[in-house]
Write a protein that binds this ligand. Structure first.
Ligand SMILES: N[C@@H](CCC(=O)N[C@@H](CS)C(=O)NCC(=O)O)C(=O)O
Length: 192
């Protein structure tokens, strides 16, 4: 199994986290996002990473890859057993743009973006006041869907999350996991 990857890409980080959580052996091919090779378009029409490849099977799109890995390597599970709880976790994942859009607007320094990011963070904080993880009772795919952006906000963009106590607690708990600790190091290397 090969992951076409880029350290700075938070979508790739989702896949790195799932592969690490499940201990899936794989190779990594680093793609230079500033000078993308033409062959990446043969693997993904959008030319984007991440892409997962296994022999003739080629899969782009981080959310699809993560679900694929969950089905292909069910242990340890990253979605709840209960169908309702699984659906609730998928709903959180499907609403990622509520954070993603303002995050990229803030990166582009668009007017009003900081307030929209705050609003999205408040929404996540509310979820984390009701349950310990975005996936529900245990860490899983919904947490992984958001973590790469939260780490980059905290460690690269210098954004204070302190107004959101449940979110800060969740982030600290997640950072105790070896998979997330490794991503924290990757993010730190981007700042260097
Ligand atoms: N929807 C895609 C988004 C992937 C994406 O935007 N990747 C970025 C890097 S973070 C990329 O490859 N950008 C290259 C470009 O579009 O120029 C996913 O979830 O995998």
């Amino acid at each position: 199994m090969t992951l076409y990857d880029a350290d700075r890409c938070p979508y790739c980080a989702r896949v790195r986290l799932v592969l690490a959580e499940k201990g899936v052996p794989h190779e990594t091919v680093v793609v230079d996002l500033d000078d993308r090779p033409a062959w990446i378009y043969e693997k993904n029409v959008t030319g984007r990473v991440p892409v997962l490849e296994e022999d003739a099977f080629v899969l782009p799109e981080s959310d699809v890859i993560c679900e694929y890995l969950e089905e292909r390597y069910p242990e340890p599970p990253l979605l709840p057993v209960d169908a309702g709880e699984r659906a609730a976790a998928r709903l959180v994942i499907s609403r990622f743009d509520a954070l993603g859009k303002p995050y990229y607007a803030l990166r582009r320094e668009e007017a009003g973006a900081a307030g929209r990011v705050e609003h999205a963070l408040e929404g996540l904080d509310a979820l984390l006041r009701a349950a310990p993880f975005l996936t529900g009772r245990a860490f899983g795919l919904a947490d992984i869907s958001y973590l790469p952006w939260l780490l980059r906000m905290r460690d690269l963009m210098g954004l204070s999350l302190d107004r959101h106590a449940a979110l800060v607690r969740w982030l600290e708990t997640c950072c105790e996991r070896p998979s997330v600790a490794a991503e924290v190091e990757t993010v730190a290397s981007l700042a260097a």
